[in-house]
Design a protein around this ligand. Structure first.
Ligand SMILES: [Zn+2]
Length: 239
C-alpha cells in the first residue's frame, strides 16, 4: 500500500452530469441501490481513465498492476448508496481485493444517519464522515502508510497501526500469490544488485548503482516493498 495523490476537487465530468444527479436523487428517494445497470454512472469512461492515471493502474490495497480496472467504493455503495457517485469515495482496485473487502465497513462509532445529512459537497464528504464514524479501513488517499508498514524477506506485510493491520487482514494482503510475488521480487533484486555492483570498486559508485536500480518510480508494482528491499540492501552493503 502507498499514499495515493488524488485531487478530490478535480472531479470527472460524468460524476457531475445532470443524469448522474438525477440518478442519485432517485437512489436517495428509494433509500437503496436500484437493480440492473441503473447505478452504473460511476463506471463511466472518464472516471476509469482518471483513476487509471492517478493510481498508475495499481490496486489501492495490494499494489498489483491491474489490466482490468475495478472501481471500489471505500464506503460501500450498498450501505452508503448516496455516495455511489462521489469522487472521494472511488478507488482503483484489483478484483481480489475488491472481493475480499466487498461490502464490509466497520466503524468505531455509529454510522452517519442519512436523514440528517447535508449533501452539498457530495464529492468531499469523507473528512466529515470520518470524524463522526472513525472507520477501521485504512484510506491510502488520506494517510500515508509508508512508515507504518513493516515487511519481511518472505514477502509478508504487517503493521502495528491498528487500522492498517485491520485492512491487511480484511483484504488478505498476505495471500499466497502476493507473498510469493513479493518474495520473488526481493530475491531477484538482491541477485541483480550483487551482480551489478560486483565489479564496482568505489562505494559511492555502488550506492549510485543501487539508487539507479531501485529508483523511486510510482508506476512500478509494490512501491512500499521496493523501499523495504532498498533498506535491507543498504544494510547488507553497509552503506
Ligand atoms: Zn488488490
Amino acid at each position: 500500500m502507498r499514499k495515493i495523490n488524488k485531487n478530490i476537487k478535480d472531479i470527472p465530468i460524468s460524476l457531475n452530469s445532470k443524469n448522474t444527479e438525477k440518478k442519485r436523487n432517485e437512489l436517495i428517494k428509494s433509500k437503496k441501490l436500484l437493480s440492473g445497470n441503473f447505478n452504473a454512472n460511476y463506471k463511466a469512461e472518464d472516471v476509469k481513465n482518471k483513476l487509471n492515471e492517478i493510481y498508475h493502474q495499481k490496486c489501492a490495497y495490494c499494489e498489483q498492476k491491474v489490466e482490468q480496472i475495478e472501481i471500489e467504493h471505500y464506503r460501500p455503495k450498498s450501505i452508503y448508496y448516496w455516495l455511489i457517485y462521489s469522487w472521494d469515495n472511488l478507488f482503483f482496485v484489483c478484483p481480489k481485493c475488491n472481493k475480499f473487502k466487498n461490502n464490509y465497513f466497520e466503524n468505531e462509532n455509529e454510522r452517519v444517519n442519512f436523514e440528517d445529512k447535508d449533501l452539498t459537497n457530495i464529492h468531499q464528504l469523507r473528512d466529515k464522515y470520518d470524524k463522526i464514524e472513525k472507520p477501521k479501513v485504512f484510506n491510502p488517499e488520506k494517510e500515508n502508510p509508508q512508515k507504518l508498514l513493516k515487511f519481511d524477506k518472505k514477502g509478508k506485510i504487517f503493521s502495528k497501526h491498528e487500522n492498517l493491520q485491520f485492512t491487511i487482514n480484511l483484504c488478505q494482503l498476505n495471500r499466497e500469490y502476493l507473498t510469493d510475488k513479493r518474495k520473488k521480487f526481493f530475491d531477484e533484486t538482491i541477485r541483480i544488485i550483487k551482480i551489478s555492483i560486483s565489479g564496482i570498486g568505489s562505494q559511492i559508485a555502488q550506492k549510485e548503482k543501487l539508487n539507479e536500480i531501485l529508483k523511486k518510480d510510482d508506476t512500478l508494482e509494490f512501491t512500499a516493498y521496493r523501499n523495504f528491499c532498498k533498506e535491507i540492501l543498504k544494510k547488507m552493503l553497509k552503506f
